[in-house]
Design a protein around this ligand. Structure first.
Ligand code: C2E
Ligand code: MG
Ligand code: MG
Ligand code: MG
Length: 273
């Protein structure tokens, strides 16, 4: 496929916002002890009129540097919260919706007010909303701490994304008011073949649990990963094995497929403690 980078600039992103070309796709998170879907991560795509569906890696950096990530992030938050409300109204899923924050969004002085407004507007339980942050956003640890504490005071959950990929992770674990860590997919990929990866994943799970954090594994693509993670008491998993990110309507349909995968694994009866 052609490189779409020439299509992505401040002007085209602004235009895309106006023309409503952004979409949210949803990827399920599965509880590894009950086999139930407990959450969804909202992941943005740009449905470009010429290029088709563009992944976030191709336009989020430009949106971040131009500042357009602020209105985009606002749209993401609002759309995700309205989706929670729609599913709740239909009695479909009592799930936790995760939304990825960007650096600029995180340090935006009115972030807390925006989140509060959107929660009020949509009327969803703040406990149904989870913010995914990364270590790379923690450059000002004092401000970060303050923002996270205010989010938590509102009842919003905090998850540390891509855990292990950056550096100083342990420092952040010690100091930040987070609820969950998401082990980066690069560790999961080879955890059943590579002893070092296996050791690192096991150790991250034990450490997180000792610190009272829940653990989510990202990038779960194989049945072997599920067995390994279950054996090591990882709480939740997310990955192509269960479902790739899909539009809302498909998310609802996909749930049956996810259920079937879970049945194949024999969850939860396979769990051995
Ligand atoms: P992330 O938050 O770490 O999201 C996980 C990424 O891994 C997603 O890529 C997802 O499609 C992909 N993934 C999920 N399961 C598997 C798997 O089993 N195998 C493999 N190889 N990949 C898997 P995606 O959707 O391209 O998003 C990339 C990144 O873009 C996200 O990483 C996040 O940092 C950022 N992003 C996505 N949506 C938003 C958004 O609304 N706002 C902001 N600020 N950033 C976003
Ligand atoms: Mg994420
Ligand atoms: Mg991640
Ligand atoms: Mg990431």
């Amino acid at each position: 496929m052609d490189d779409p980078s020439h299509l992505v600039n401040e002007h085209t992103i602004k235009q895309a916002l106006k023309s409503n070309e952004f979409r949210l796709y949803y990827q399920p998170k599965v509880d590894l002890t009950t086999g139930k879907i407990t959450g969804a991560e909202a992941l943005i795509r740009w449905e470009h009129p010429e290029y088709g569906l563009m992944p976030p890696g191709q336009f989020i950096p430009e949106a971040e540097s131009s500042g357009l990530i602020i209105p985009i992030g606002d749209w993401v938050l609002k759309t995700a919260c309205y989706q929670v409300r729609e599913w709740r109204e239909k009695g479909l899923f009592p799930i936790i919706m995760s939304v990825n924050l960007s650096v600029r969004q995180f340090y935006q002085p009115d972030l807390i007010d925006r989140v509060r407004d959107i929660l009020e507007e949509t009327g969803i339980d703040p406990g149904c909303l989870e913010m995914e942050i990364t270590e790379s956003m923690m450059m000002d640890i004092d401000v970060a701490n303050e923002v996270l504490r205010e989010l938590k005071a509102m009842g919003v959950q905090i998850s540390l994304d891509d855990f292990g990929k950056g550096y100083s992770s342990l420092h952040y674990l010690k100091n930040l008011p987070i609820d969950k860590i998401k082990i980066d997919q690069s560790f999961i990929q080879n955890c059943t073949q590579d002893n070092n990866d296996a050791t690192l994943v096991k150790t991250m799970i034990v450490m997180a649990h000792q610190l009272n954090f829940e653990v989510v594994a990202e990038g779960v693509e194989q049945k072997g990963h599920v067995a390994f993670l279950q054996r090591n008491l990882c709480n939740e998993a997310q990955g192509f094995l269960f479902s790739k990110p899909v539009p809302a309507q498909e998310f609802v349909r996909k749930m049956h497929i996810v259920d079937r995968v879970i049945e194949e694994h024999g969850l939860p009866s396979n769990v051995t403690y």
